[in-house]
Ligand binder design. Sequence first.
Ligand SMILES: Cc1cc2nc3c(=O)[nH]c(=O)nc-3n(C[C@H](O)[C@H](O)[C@H](O)COP(=O)(O)OP(=O)(O)OC[C@H]3O[C@@H](n4cnc5c(N)ncnc54)[C@H](O)[C@@H]3O)c2cc1C
Length: 407
Amino acid sequence: MTHLMIVGGGLAAATAAESLRSEGFDGDVTVVTDEAHAPYQRPPLSKGYLAGKEGLDAVIVHPREWYAENGIDLRTETTVTRIDPAAHSAEFARGTAATWDALLLATGSSPRRLPIEGHDLQGVHMLRRIGDSDSLAEQLRGGGKKLVLIGSGWIGMEVAATAREFGNDVTILGRDAVPLAAALGTELGGVFRRLHEQHGVDIRTSAQVERIIGSDRVTGVAVDGEVVPADLVLIGVGAVPNTGLAEASGIEINNGILTDASLRTSAPDVFAAGDVANAYHPVVQRHLRSEHWANALNAGPVAARAMLGQHVSFSAIPYFYTDQFDLGMELSGYPPLMADADLVIRGDREAREFIAFWVDHGRVVGGMNVNVWDVNETVQQLIRSAAPIDLAALADPGVALDSLVRD
Ligand SMILES: Cc1cc2nc3c(=O)[nH]c(=O)nc-3n(C[C@H](O)[C@H](O)[C@H](O)COP(=O)(O)OP(=O)(O)OC[C@H]3O[C@@H](n4cnc5c(N)ncnc54)[C@H](O)[C@@H]3O)c2cc1C
């Protein structure tokens, strides 16, 4: 009987397993995760779950029973320590091993470490797993704490919003001149900066963090020659792909596991999907590694079909969403093309109700809707069509957006 193995406990692993069965595969499927929970999605860990508004059921993709009902062998708390592509085998931390006919590496990414003095003091957190969110929530829930966030990326900004809503004092120490500048550019990063400042978050930019201070427990963060008092610190300085297994087995790595458009790695019958994969994108004609929820959601099924021998190509437009205070946004676009694009704004930026478009050589390559809903599919159609766009009409909320879509 054919045996397909998935390594990972995130959304890419869950959606791949689901697709193997929905595609009619009736052979053996094993999902191996080193976490205690069935595979889950992480966005709520800095938002609704952290805020106590959502429970575990909003986080776990399928309960354990689903795996049993679908004849999938789910092995939790099991680390895959080695894979051998030539022998088509995998070894587990408990000393056992198994063979497979095709293998999916959906090993995700881990928070980037910040090797400064004091990073291991009590009260210094990172956020990736359910347990991390639980222990942060426990500290923040009652309010009245001083939280210092090191890093002004998505995780820092989202946790800042949740922590403020609990009534904590929040300071963000960001290395860039504007929060989220790497993802959005300085103009749109400024929208998020103002949002946070209006909600009482102290944002310090171009900050050089020197060390974290305390004897056992953290008491402050030394930054630019002063000490910011802290009861709690969250380090959110990005993530690194978990490529160790692949690298040790000789699979090609370059900013993640390199794959072709069908999510095949350089080793026969080994595939990669989600945060860990740097996949060739047929539209932008280069490799893209996307650390976003929608990438894991959509790439898992494509990898599953590729494992079943189907001819597939993963060409989704990268998509991201966030919720912070009363701002909800969705962003679709190709980051490499957005880097040098011009911005066109439709709507009211000050009122935080607008769509921002990234336009490159007269074509829409990215779009972010802020507190404007049911438009992201149209934004994606505009990007996909790659047709020349009328800039005045694009900026005019009086012109229906879908009237601008060309085939
Ligand atoms: C707090 C937080 C908030 C986020 N919010 C958003 C958001 O608002 N919007 C958005 O688009 N994205 C968001 N993301 C990013 C999104 O969650 C990731 O892109 C997504 O989790 C990637 O899924 P994945 O399945 O590729 O990997 P992961 O979710 O990282 O899962 C990989 C799994 O593999 C396991 N594993 C690794 N190595 C082994 C091994 N050797 N053996 C066994 N198991 C192994 C890991 O423990 C982990 O369980 C957020 C991420 C975090 C942490």
